[in-house]
Design a protein. Structure first.
Length: 142
């Protein structure tokens, strides 16, 4: 499995009274990682919308393993899990600069048209891009 990596630094406003990153910020960090990956294949939220579709999150799973703290440099590692359905499943992990895993996550995105109508198969404008990302994630050369 191949991972796309995005680095971020935990900002002061992202820590809570316990001086650790508030758990809700992990969701935003995951979004940054998967948007960066999807952009490489023409499927970030704006690119997807230009194609006439949306990819709302329909499922989110996070396992918190260790806390992040202010000024920590984190790496958001993101890949795409293969799926036969008309959806995108991103698998992510957040690691610290020493390589330890702070969190693991999985988000599932349904595919709808701009009016919110659920798609039951990948549309022709989207399918080749998803296939290319799946090949990349599997480590196949383009």
């Amino acid at each position: 499995m191949i991972w796309d990596e995005t680095n971020i630094t935990v900002r002061f406003n992202e820590v809570d009274a316990y001086r650790v990153a508030w758990h809700g910020h992990y969701v935003s960090w995951l979004e940054v990682g998967r948007t960066n990956l999807a952009r490489r294949f023409g499927l970030d939220p704006f690119q997807l919308s230009e194609l006439g579709f949306l990819g709302p999150v329909v499922q989110l799973e996070i396992k918190y393993l260790r806390p992040a703290r202010c000024d920590d440099t984190l790496t958001i590692r993101t890949t795409l899990e293969a799926s036969e359905a008309a959806n995108l499943i991103f698998v992510s992990e957040i690691t610290s600069d020493d390589g330890s895993r702070l969190a693991t996550a999985r988000t599932t995105h349904a595919l709808t048209d701009l009016q919110g109508m659920l798609q039951f198969r990948l549309p022709d404008a989207v399918a080749p891009r998803v296939a290319q990302m799946q090949r990349w994630a599997a480590g196949e050369t383009p």
